[in-house]
Design a protein around this ligand. Structure first.
Ligand SMILES: Cc1cc2nc3c(=O)[nH]c(=O)nc-3n(C[C@H](O)[C@H](O)[C@H](O)COP(=O)(O)OP(=O)(O)OC[C@H]3O[C@@H](n4cnc5c(N)ncnc54)[C@H](O)[C@@H]3O)c2cc1C
Length: 489
């Protein structure tokens, strides 16, 4: 498996390629594998390490330290602060996420087309691209019954007459001939191996710091690190795809002097969590991951169940310190649930001398009200599911012991104590023909720049409403297909 660039006569710190892809998450990995399969010499840079899925247990502290950016601690500042997480390893977010999979609904694409003037982006036009990605990264439903903490949500929704569904995952559940269990279909298991088989060169531990154009080619300046040392390298290429994710892509572009509609419109799915306590044990170690989501209130907000291991429960209960002993004792009767909306906007800025970006976020009074209503609905469904108590993960919030307590919840979320988090970030460099709003063309080419493309969640024009990875991959597949047809690579 070639993971270091082959010599090309330029010396170890200078590499000439046809295509450089910056970032190996879902957007970058799909793009790089398609370019390599088209016969081009492609180098894919990845700031994080190249680690197998099993290098750490899923959702463990070790995994967070190995595979998350800044050990999972990133803050968007504003009246209501938002804590966000990003993957930072070969495969990006796909390595650390649960792979809950949706094709974004038709109404989402209709809105992007009309608001951003995106050409040829209907659900039917994207369907072959979703299907092509699903052939490589398998999407399957659980092979058996869902875990109880997941079915409880379904039972509650059923009692209230709300729409609830089991969401498939990027996962191949079937055991293989040797009896080994199935595998998560992250990028390191799917598109990255495809890329390597097609002759692509992967450079992990390598961070692109700036890109520049001269003499009709792009130069990517990068820093390659190992535990004791780091080395500056330069790559030149006809074409560059930037796919560092919705925060890092605008950071790199702005640092490189490319700023038009870049980093001005970050969007996300803001999330609030609660811990529900049940009478019986619903949280069994080793069970499959929860998969049910309530869709009754889409596109305003949706609800689901989070991974609810003991350390995660302790963290989610931090707003109720008197409950820490109860977590130790009763954690098998507890599970974490969330409500997730589509409001909020942010900006990404770079400052000289700082490695990390400055991210500013804003939740409007309407966004805060919507989240507060979502929290109320979440409490309703959990009591309908048989919860004995609901503990909002928000400092100062009351514990709810029955539906009669629900009116105690504030009708709007106080911004200072909101405790909002997010894992779904997008839209920082939207695609489309509206030159006042869009950073790239309808197919991801940066406006005003030859052969420079964006190929990740930054391109999406707004919230996907559903989990975004499927849409990130399909849009990347669509855009690189067009770039290949146009001979832009
Ligand atoms: C904990 C978690 C759970 C999630 N759960 C789900 C889920 O269940 N379903 C779902 O659909 N989505 C989920 N998501 C979101 C999903 O993972 C993202 O939408 C998706 O990974 C975005 O893909 P991307 O290619 O835009 O960027 P990323 O996945 O963020 O990949 C970008 C990669 O580029 C690298 N990079 C950045 N800058 C540079 C640079 N300058 N040089 C070199 N490399 C660079 C980064 O290290 C990273 O590996 C989750 C995300 C997280 C973090």
């Amino acid at each position: 498996m070639a993971i270091f660039p082959r010599g090309n006569g330029l010396g170890p710190d200078k590499i000439a390629a046809d295509v450089v892809v910056i970032g190996s998450g879902p957007g970058g990995a799909v793009t790089a594998s398609m370019c390599a399969e088209a016969g081009k010499f492609v180098v894919m840079l990845e700031e994080g390490q190249n680690l197998p899925l099993e290098s750490a247990p899923h959702f463990s502290r070790e995994e967070i330290l190995q595979k998350y950016r800044n050990a999972g601690v990133n803050i968007g500042f504003g009246a209501a602060k938002i804590a966000y997480v990003e993957g930072c390893c070969v495969g990006g977010g796909s390595e650390v996420n649960r792979g809950l999979y949706h094709r974004a609904p038709e109404a989402v694409f209709d809105r992007w087309r009309s608001d951003y003037r995106v050409d040829a982006l209907s659900l039917s036009e994207l369907t072959p691209h979703f299907a092509a990605c699903e052939k490589v990264a398998k999407v399957e439903y659980l092979p058996g019954p869902a875990p109880q903490l997941s079915t409880r949500l379904e039972e509650g929704a059923h009692r209230l007459g709300w729409a609830c569904l089991e969401v498939p995952r990027l996962y191949a559940y079937a055991t293989d001939a040797t009896g080994a269990p199935g595998r998560k279909q992250s990028m390191s298991e799917t598109f990255v191996p495809r890329f390597l088989e097609a002759g692509g060169e992967l450079m992990p531990d390598t961070c692109a710091t700036r890109i520049a154009r001269s003499a009709g080619r792009w130069t990517v300046h990068a820093r390659r690190s190992n535990p004791t040392d780091s080395q500056e390298i330069e790559l030149t290429a006809k074409t560059v795809f930037v796919a560092g994710g919705a925060v890092q892509t605008p950071l790199l572009l702005r640092r490189s002097g490319i700023r038009r509609n870049v980093g001005d419109s970050l969007r996300f799915h803001p999330m609030l969590k609660v811990v529900a306590l049940f009478a019986d044990e619903i949280n069994t170690p080793g069970e499959l991951e929860p998969v049910h989501q309530i869709k009754e209130f889409d596109p305003r907000f949706s609800m689901g169940c989070s991974m609810s291991k003991r350390p995660a429960l302790a963290l989610a209960m931090a707003a109720h310190p008197q409950m820490m002993e109860a977590v130790d004792r009763d954690w098998r009767r507890m599970a974490i649930y969330y409500v997730q909306s589509t409001g909020g906007i942010g900006r990404v800025r770079s400052f000289p001398g700082f490695r990390d970006p400055f991210v500013r976020v804003e939740l409007s009074p309407l966004d805060l009200k919507e989240l507060a209503e979502g929290l109320t609905r979440l409490a309703e469904v959990l009591f309908a599911a048989g919860a004995q108590a609901v503990y909002p993960s928000i400092p100062g919030y009351p514990v709810l012991f029955s539906p009669a307590d629900i009116p105690k919840l504030p009708q709007t979320l106080p911004p200072k104590q909101a405790n909002v988090t997010t894992m779904h970030l997008f839209s920082s460099c939207p695609m489309g023909e509206d030159m006042h709003k869009c950073a790239t063309s309808s197919f991801g080419r940066v406006h005003g720049a030859d052969n420079l493309f964006i190929a990740d969640a930054s391109l999406l024009c707004g919230p996907t409403v559903v989990n975004p990875q499927g849409t990130v991959m399909a849009v990347a597949h669509r855009n690189v297909t067009r770039a290949i047809e146009d001979r832009a690579i």
